[in-house]
Design a binder for this molecule. Structure first.
Ligand code: XIL
Length: 396
C-alpha cells in the first residue's frame, strides 16, 4: 500500500520520465501502472502466519538494476504494495560493503533501510559471506595473509561479520550468514582463499560471530539445492553440513531455500524434471534437525518453456504452484521472498539466454508492471497453505 497522494505520485512519475530518458528507456513505461490486486500477497501470507517479500536494489550504474530498485517508483510501488519485507539484491554483500580491506561503505544499504522504514517494511540481511571465490571482493582473493594466515583470516572474517551486524543491529531480524558454501558437483565445502587458511571452520566462525553480535537474530544457511533432478549431491552436501553444524553447537537457526526453480544449467548442474518425493524428504530431514525454513530467492527460469507468452505463463504458473504447495506444506516456512517482482529487471535475463532470444518471464509481474498468472499461482499457494500455528519466531 502506498501512502502517497495521487498528485505526488504523478509528479514523481513525471520526474521519473526524465530519469528514464537518461537510462535509455530500459525501465519500461512510466505511465500509471494497473492497481495491484487485493488482497496483496503479503496479506494472504499474513492470514496464514507468514510474510511475503521481495529483493529490491538501491540504484545502480546500469539500467536493469536501476529498474528493480527503490529509485524506480513503479517498481518500488509494486514492492511496497505486495510485500511485508524486503531483501537487498546486492547492497549488503561483501563486494558492495567492502571497497577495501580497511573500509566499509554502507551508503547504498542505508538507502534501502531508509526506504523500508518509510514504507513500514521489514528487512532481512543478505549476506554476511557469499562463499564462492567469484563473489568475494577482488582484494580479498589477492590478500596477503602474512606469517600467521589462520589468525589473520579469522580476524578479517570476524571483523566483517561483527561490523556489519553491528551497523544494522536489530533492525534486521534475519541474516543469511553463509550463502552457497556447498559445491553442487561434489557436495563438499567450496575451496576459497578463506578455507585455504581456516578449512570448514570458516562457517562456524561466521555463525558464532553473528550470534555474538546479534543474539536474537535468526541466523540462516542459504543455498540453491533445488527440487529438480540433478541436485542430489548438492542436497546431500547441504544436509551433511547442517547435521555437522547442529552436532557441533554452531548457531544456525534456519535453512534458506533459494528456490530459483525451473532449471538453469549454469546454476544447478544437470537440472531436470522436478523430484517432489526427494524434495519432501530433504525438507523433512532439514526440519528434523530442528531448523526453520525460508523461501529466500524465489523465481522461475522459463528458459526451456515455449515462446508463446500465454502458454509459457500457464506452464510456469502450474510448475510454481506445485513447488510452493509442497514447500509451504511445511509449517516451518514462515517467510517467502521473490528474487524480484518484475520480469524486465530479473537477474535471470543476464544469464543463460533462451535459444529464441526472447526475454525471460521469471517474476510475478510482467515488463509493464502487470500481474501475471505466476502472481495468481503464488497467491493461490499462500491462500491454500496450512496456517502456521507456532508464532513467528521472536527473532523476526
Ligand atoms: C544476484 C543478483 O541478482 C545479481 O544482480 C548479481 O549480479 C549477482 O547476484 N543467489 C544469491 C543472490 O544468493 O545473491 C544472487 O543475486 C542470485 C543467486
Amino acid at each position: 500500500m502506498t501512502n502517497r497522494a495521487p498528485d505526488v505520485l504523478v509528479s514523481r512519475r513525471q520526474a521519473l520520465t526524465g530519469a528514464l530518458a537518461v537510462a535509455g528507456g530500459a525501465l519500461g513505461p512510466a505511465a500509471a501502472r494497473a492497481e495491484t490486486p487485493k488482497p496483496s500477497l503479503n496479506a494472504l501470507a499474513q492470514a496464514k502466519g507468514m510474510r511475503f517479500g521481495s529483493a529490491i536494489a538501491a540504484g545502480a550504474s546500469d539500467a536493469r538494476r536501476m529498474g528493480g530498485s527503490i529509485d524506480n517508483p513503479p517498481y518500488a510501488d509494486v514492492v511496497a504494495s505486495e510485500c511485508g519485507l524486503i531483501v537487498p539484491e546486492n547492497e549488503m554483500k561483501m563486494q558492495a560493503l567492502r571497497p577495501g580491506p580497511d573500509t566499509f561503505d554502507f551508503h547504498r544499504a542505508d538507502r534501502l533501510m531508509a526506504f523500508a522504514a518509510q514504507k513500514g517494511l521489514a528487512v532481512r540481511g543478505h549476506n554476511l559471506l557469499w562463499v564462492p571465490t567469484k563473489w568475494l571482493p577482488a582484494w580479498l582473493n589477492q590478500y596477503d595473509f602474512g606469517s600467521r594466515p589462520a589468525s589473520t583470516a579469522e580476524t578479517l572474517l570476524v571483523t566483517h561479520v561483527k561490523t556489519v551486524c553491528g551497523h544494522f543491529g536489530e533492525r534486521l531480524g534475519s541474516w543469511d550468514v553463509i550463502n552457497e558454501a556447498i559445491d553442487p558437483a561434489t557436495g563438499k565445502i567450496r575451496e576459497t582463499v578463506l578455507t585455504r587458511h581456516l578449512g570448514d571452520r570458516v562457517i562456524d566462525i561466521a555463525f558464532h560471530a553473528a550470534r555474538e553480535a546479534l543474539p536474537k537474530c535468526q541466523l540462516v544457511y542459504n543455498d540453491y539445492m533445488e527440487w529438480e533432478r540433478g541436485n542430489e549431491t548438492h542436497r546431500a552436501g547441504v544436509l551433511k553440513l547442517l547435521e555437522r553444524l547442529r552436532h557441533d553447537g554452531v548457531p544456525v537457526d534456519a535453512l534458506g531455500l533459494q528456490s530459483h526453480i525451473g532449471g538453469d544449467s549454469e546454476l544447478v548442474g544437470q537440472a531436470g524434471a522436478p523430484d517432489p518425493k526427494a524434495w519432501r524428504r530433504f525438507l523433512e530431514q532439514a526440519t528434523g534437525l530442528g531448523l526453520d525454513l525460508l523461501v529466500t530467492e524465489f523465481d522461475i527460469n522459463d528458459r526451456s518453456l515455449p515462446a508463446d507468452p500465454a502458454v509459457r505463463d500457464a506452464r510456469a504458473a502450474a510448475y510454481v504452484r506445485e513447488y510452493l504447495d509442497l514447500t509451504l506444506s511445511f509449517p516451518q516456512v514462515q517467510d517467502v521472498l521473490a528474487w524480484g517482482m518484475v520480469d524486465r529487471f530479473s537477474w535471470l535475463n543476464d544469464r543463460t539466454p533462451r535459444a529464441d532470444g526472447l526475454p525471460k518471464r521469471p517474476c510475478p509481474y510482467d515488463a509493464d508492471y502487470r500481474p501475471k498468472p505466476l502472481r495468481d499461482a503464488i497467491a493461490a499457494a499462500l491462500a491454500g497453505a496450512p496456517p502456521r500455528t507456532a508464532p513467528h519466531p521472536p527473532h523476526a
